[in-house]
Design a protein around this ligand. Sequence first.
Ligand code: ADP
Ligand code: MG
Length: 308
Amino acid sequence: MTIPAIQINNIHKQFGDLQALNGIDLTINQGEFFGLLGPNGAGKSTLINVMAGLLKPTQGNVAIMGHDTVNAYQAARMALGVVPQELVFDPFFNVREMLRFQAGYFGRGRENDVWVDEVIESLGLTDKAHTNMRKLSGGMKRRALIAQALVHKPPVIVLDEPTAGVDVELRQMLWQFIKRLNKDGHTIILTTHYLEEAETLCERVAMMKDGKIVALDTTANLLSKLPGKNLRLVLGEATLPTTLFPMLKSGQNGVFTLALTELSQIEFALSELRKANIAVQDMQLIEADLEDVFMSLVGVHANEKAIA
Ligand code: ADP
Ligand code: MG
């Protein structure tokens, strides 16, 4: 049997009175493209920091490629590349210096330079290789931090909200590169607020809430288990009758999406619209998506901002 990329056993993490992680068990196999989803405050970053050995769990243990993050910290750390959620960097280096330095920290020498150059190029950092870290724009800093996590070519790569506030160009470039790394055998673990991203990229996802895993399955199974569908109505200038508000999922510019739990609700929706003399300009029935699964399990939208 092959060693799992990540083995998480009964992890608890307490910050004072707050139980940030409350008994997490999770095995991620080598070669998986895995999504870790959950609203703000669910505990995703805390779990990632425990995986990276940056936080000591209150209880439980984690192994990366078979190496315990506490008893074999060095080996576990070597096997892992983490792109942190926060933009933290050393302001004194330029991009290439920072990457060489980081590679050296992991015991890599000049033989690694070809890989460093490949990472720089794949992330569109070539023009910025000699620019000081503190002079980079937010998007470029994000690229540099992604490069930093990959510099020692770790078998397991963890990305914590890598595309939050990132432009479309970088997103596409990043996913192209990460997909290639996954094809080459690297295990990818991703947290994201963009569930469309998770739906297209991740074979399997865990949904977290209040420090617990509330769902763990293949993306396909999670989608097929949800019986609901969405009804998309184009009403133009008219607004939705209030009787349909309880079913409303989203509404913008005269286009309203209703969440249906059974198909008979279509008749109800249409009769309410007729009663209110509202003409339907267009109508579509759409399959439920990962956002709907998330909503039904977690009770909030994935991209809903927590109020600090
Ligand atoms: P997520 O990444 O899913 O948004 P986090 O793991 O960042 O969630 O946070 C989980 C909970 O733990 C939150 O309530 C957060 O405020 C709290 N928390 C995270 N880090 C610390 C810390 N260093 N000290 C105290 N509380 C923390
Ligand atoms: Mg986080």
